[in-house]
Design a protein around this ligand. Structure first.
Ligand SMILES: NC(=O)c1ccc[n+]([C@@H]2O[C@H](COP(=O)([O-])OP(=O)(O)OC[C@H]3O[C@@H](n4cnc5c(N)ncnc54)[C@H](O)[C@@H]3O)[C@@H](O)[C@H]2O)c1
Length: 213
């Protein structure tokens, strides 16, 4: 297996590929063509071929890619065999939805603890995840390196400082606040409004070739 560094853009597509290939394996399919994969994950086949070349997976003409080989590679690369425990901060509309969904279906990340300030939620569970008061953060968070932030934007900066102090290494930030972190902490910012705008922009300016009239 190839162990060289994978470009970030490629790495971001790995979970997408992984999920689809996992489905194929459940259907007992042993191989997949880049065309089939391309249609399923909505990434053009040239990009898929380039991505896969980083994994040392070279599709054979008329055969395609070996599903098991790719899955093994992705499991290693995505650390799928290891459960990553995640905490969620802010059990409001968005946070509640994430707790109900949790992520175990897709891969081995799981929300194991949640925190909020609202008295009515403390001591309850949603989707099997216990909700603690945020005052207990310093006591209960250690050991967890990844946090999902779904609190009001006004709270984000102060909360981030607390998280960094406790040793959090990755923050999935759903708040509109741009938070600042030291260089050893990684923040991924998710903004559905921006994604939606991007989609509308692409539809307008880059119509798909086989768009039906
Ligand atoms: N990224 C996106 O696409 C997207 C979409 C919708 C909402 N949002 C953002 O996500 C955040 C949550 O949105 P929502 O609709 O769930 O809001 P909400 O008001 O329903 O939930 C916020 C929760 O955070 C809790 N909270 C407040 N201060 C806290 C603190 N210091 N520590 C712990 N918990 C605290 C509140 O008690 C509440 O339960 C907001 O910042 C919102 O702007 C982002």
């Amino acid at each position: 297996m190839v162990k060289s560094k994978i470009p970030q853009a490629t790495a971001k597509r790995l979970p997408l590929y992984y999920r689809y290939l996992n489905n194929l394996q459940h259907q007992e399919k042993t191989r997949v063509s880049s065309k089939e994969l391309s249609e399923a994950v909505k990434v053009d086949s040239a990009t898929i071929r380039r991505d896969f070349s980083y994994f040392g997976a070279l599709g054979k003409k008329g055969y395609g890619y070996n599903v098991e080989y790719l899955l093994n590679f992705f499991r290693e690369t995505l650390d799928q065999d290891e459960l990553t425990e995640v905490a969620l901060i802010g059990v409001g509309n968005l946070g509640t939805a994430f707790l109900k969904y949790n992520f175990l279906k897709n891969n081995n990340t799981k929300i194991v603890k949640a925190f909020d300030t609202a008295g009515t939620k403390i001591g309850t569970e949603i989707g099997g995840v216990p909700i603690f008061h945020i005052d207990e953060l310093e006591e209960r968070l250690p050991g967890i390196k990844v946090v999902i932030l779904t609190i009001p934007a006004s709270e984000a900066e102060v909360m981030t400082e607390r998280l960094v102090k406790i040793g959090v290494e990755g923050i999935l930030n759903f708040t509109p606040a741009r938070i600042t972190v030291p260089s050893h902490v990684r923040v991924h910012h998710i903004d559905l409004a921006v994604e939606l705008q991007a989609l509308v922009y692409f539809l307008k300016h880059y119509p798909l070739e086989d768009k039906k009239e």
